[in-house]
Design a protein around this ligand. Structure first.
Ligand code: ATP
Ligand code: MG
Length: 568
């Protein structure tokens, strides 16, 4: 491809809202442009990279026996009503009406549509298993679209769905998909980690996420320094914390005027924060109502919001206002586990179960309780509520857990029969009995991957594409395109590289100076450049390695073989 024939509108201008390198460089290098909040056009270079990633995803999935299909992007609301999700999806799902007042949805995901496709077409266990996927546009009306392609509203996702006669077979496929995803992300040249995950609104039991490790990642990942354990903080667990240095306190109500924070309580009563119980008051949002809920964790622990949301089965948790707290009959700063108002739902962290000699609020202004024994508390609900902290111990090996940041690029779920049962999608099993399909579901953020590659591979000059994702592997930079010797050698080289199927772009622009061409080479981040300049008359050209920024002089007849060596 010739640079002069391509639409590559590079610019020095920085997009106003772009804080991350991937966002800045992809816009500046003319890969994408923003149309509206979270909506992007892909220009030629962006489109080439998108296709490369799509092809890798497709070839590995096809190899694993999956079938590509393409579903309609617009789905009728009836499908979402059948599964019960119409009322659960919240504001992320964009609904539209047609001229006949029929209601439709811009698909944020496609479980329902895929179940509908298979229903009554796959009717017997003999037709199972089957794994269908598409690589298609999704729309989610994200509250905060940002970071360019990392969190768009319109984006490209690979979504796959598998159908099985039983759980065992679904789990087999789940493992196959895990291995397939690892191959895909390895091929893309990414440093990634597979971690345990929360299943979120999609539902189901086991789930794993694939994270590209990058400081800019929105997710916090907990990993063990000594073993393979890794989990999203939303799902991470640890060895129960050992509490040391507890002081013996009698069971009594003590006056603690104006002592409301954990820090102050611990200081006032001369104990470690770990001997106290912290109350976190939230408002749980449900389909029809909202109510104040209280979570109790150890004083030196923090509440993990996703775990807490799941513990009370809420759609989300929001902050409770002072009025909310008062109206619920709670005394801020003095909330404790005994004698809470009857209507207030509360959950206590698992690690506090059966523990005694604790300190908590008394539910009465200015008083705390000491010597609290949780065994005396009847009908309490316990659940895992805490955010694993750096330095906690791994439950698998006792090693040290640390925090790192990740960009979620894939998520696989063991879904079960949630959607097939709700939508009456059955098959006849080996005994002739009708049963709902057991399903798995598997997503990859295809457009997000473009940005993830760059978050992990860039420098202060621009992008550094990996070999499998580079729009072109080699950029032949003709220093002076008016010089016919330079241009004709460049063309010869271009044809030579084409024979070896090396994607090459020829920067033959007559109006652009050498420095400008080099600037584009660095910003765009082609892995290799060949500079054809004055030394050509001595039979010498230069090969530039974009990543290491090294230039090597090479005899002109050796360029192809040298590049082949480097690319291998
Ligand atoms: P996130 O937690 O980042 O919002 P999610 O859990 O909502 O992701 P899934 O529903 O599992 O995501 O979707 C599958 C994949 O689609 C994700 O792993 C991610 O790579 C990608 N994805 C999700 N939301 C977006 C978005 N707004 N923009 C770009 N890609 C996205
Ligand atoms: Mg999301």
């Amino acid at each position: 491809m010739k640079f002069s024939k391509m639409f590559i509108p590079t610019t020095k201008e920085m997009p106003k809202d772009a804080t991350l390198p991937s966002h800045q460089y992809l816009v500046r290098a003319g890969f994408i442009n923003q149309v509206g909040a979270g909506i992007y056009n892909f220009m030629p270079l962006g489109k080439i990279v998108l296709e490369k990633i799509r092809n890798i995803v497709k070839s590995e999935l096809d190899e694993a026996g999956c079938n590509e299909v393409q579903l309609g992007f617009v789905t009728p609301i009836e499908l979402w009503e059948q599964s019960g999700r119409a009322s659960k999806m919240g504001l992320e799902m964009l609904r539209i009406k047609d001229r006949k007042n029929g209601e439709f949805v811009l698909s944020p995901t496609n479980e329902e549509a895929m179940v509908e496709l298979v229903k009554n077409r796959v009717t017997s266990y003999k037709d199972l298993p089957i794994n269908l996927y598409q690589i298609n546009t999704k729309f989610r009306d994200e509250g905060r679209p940002r970071f360019g392609l990392l969190r768009g509203r319109e984006f490209l996702m690979k979504d796959g769905y598998s159908f099985h006669e039983n759980e065992e077979d679904m789990i087999r496929e789940f493992h196959l998909m895990e291995e397939t995803y690892k191959k895909i992300f390895t091929k893309l040249g990414l440093d990634f980690r597979v971690v345990e995950a929360d299943s979120g609104a999609i539902g189901g039991t086991g789930s794993k996420e694939f994270h590209v490790l990058a400081n800019s990642g929105e997710d916090t990942i907990v990993v063990c320094k000594s073993c393979e354990y890794g989990a999203n903080i939303e799902a991470a667990s640890r060895q129960p914390k050992e509490v040391k240095g507890k002081k013996e306190k009698t069971k009594e109500k003590v006056l603690t005027p104006d002592v409301t924070s954990i820090e102050d309580v611990a200081k006032f009563l001369d104990v470690e924060a770990s001997q106290t119980i912290k109350a976190v008051i939230k408002k749980a949002v449900y389909e029809e109502t909202q109510k104040v809920v209280v979570f109790f964790v150890r004083g030196d622990d923090e509440l993990e919001e996703t775990k807490a949301t799941n513990a009370v089965n809420a759609l989300e948790l929001i902050d409770a206002s002072e009025d909310d707290i008062k109206d619920a009959g709670l005394v801020a700063g003095y909330v404790g586990v005994f004698d809470l108002p009857k209507e207030v739902v509360f959950v206590i962290d698992n690690e506090l179960q059966n523990e005694d000699n604790l300190i908590c609020g008394s539910n009465e202004e200015n008083y705390h309780l000491t010597g609290v024994d949780l065994k005396e508390l009847e009908n309490a609900k316990y659940d895992d509520l805490v955010a694993v902290q750096a330095g906690d111990k791994c439950k698998c090996c006792g090693g040290e857990l640390i925090h790192t940041k990740g960009i979620e690029v894939g998520h696989i779920f063991q879904l079960g029969t949630k959607y097939s049962a709700a939508m009456n999608a059955n098959f006849l099993d080996r005994n002739g009995k009708a049963k709902p399909f057991v399903m798995g579901t598997y997503g990859i953020g295809v457009s997000r991957l473009i940005a993830a590659v760059i978050e992990q591979h860039h420098d202060e000059k621009g992008m550094l594409w990996t070999k499998e994702t580079a729009p072109f592997m080699v950029d032949i930079i003709v220093s002076n395109a008016k010089n016919s010797d330079e241009l004709s050698f460049a063309e010869k080289l271009y044809n030579g590289l084409s024979k070896y199927k090396i994607d090459t772009i020829l920067d033959d622009r007559v109006d652009a100076r050498y420095g400008f061409k080099m600037g584009d080479f660095e910003l765009i981040g082609f892995p290799y450049g060949v500079i054809i300049g004055k030394k050509l008359s001595d039979g010498i050209v230069e090969i530039v390695d974009r990543k290491t920024n090294t230039k090597t002089e090479v005899k002109k007849e050796d360029v192809v073989s040298k590049l082949l060596e480097l690319i291998d």
